[in-house]
Design a protein. Structure first.
Length: 137
């Protein structure tokens, strides 16, 4: 099937806009039955996003969610960029990076991880003492 650019009239502003062959192919592939009714600026206004240079929540004027909580490993108060779920440990930045150490060539023993989650260690120094350097592979 061959697609050609077509002129359509916007239902909101009454202006003409081009329904390109590429857009028609997209509509055909997605099995959309109707042609678009609005030009891109009117569609953006209607959805409430407007035409902006950036994308994502910051560009849309939304702020990042920050939740205050207590670190499961060391007990200090910290903020995290998500809402914690019950039954899962929440770590401060320093404890998280210490636990994540295996990707940097350092291993955390299973015992150290269990102690961190159980809260037996009260300081970051105690957690760091449990780190072992991985052999070079």
């Amino acid at each position: 099937m061959e697609f050609l650019d077509r002129l359509l009239t916007c239902a909101d502003c009454g202006g003409e806009f081009i329904f390109t062959a590429g857009e028609q192919l997209f509509f055909f592939d997605k099995q959309f039955k109707n042609d678009p009714k609005r030009c891109k600026p009117c569609k953006s206004k209607r959805s409430g996003t407007g035409v902006k240079a950036g994308t994502g929540p910051a560009a849309a004027g939304l702020s990042r969610t920050e939740t205050r909580t207590e670190c499961s490993a060391c007990g200090i108060e910290t903020t995290v960029p998500f809402k914690p779920t019950q039954g899962r440990p929440v770590l401060c930045r320093q404890c998280f990076q210490a636990k994540r150490a295996p990707s940097t060539g350092t291993l955390v023993t299973a015992a150290a991880t269990a102690e961190m989650v159980a809260g037996e260690n009260t300081g970051h120094a105690a957690v760091s003492a449990e780190l072992l350097t991985a052999p070079n592979a």
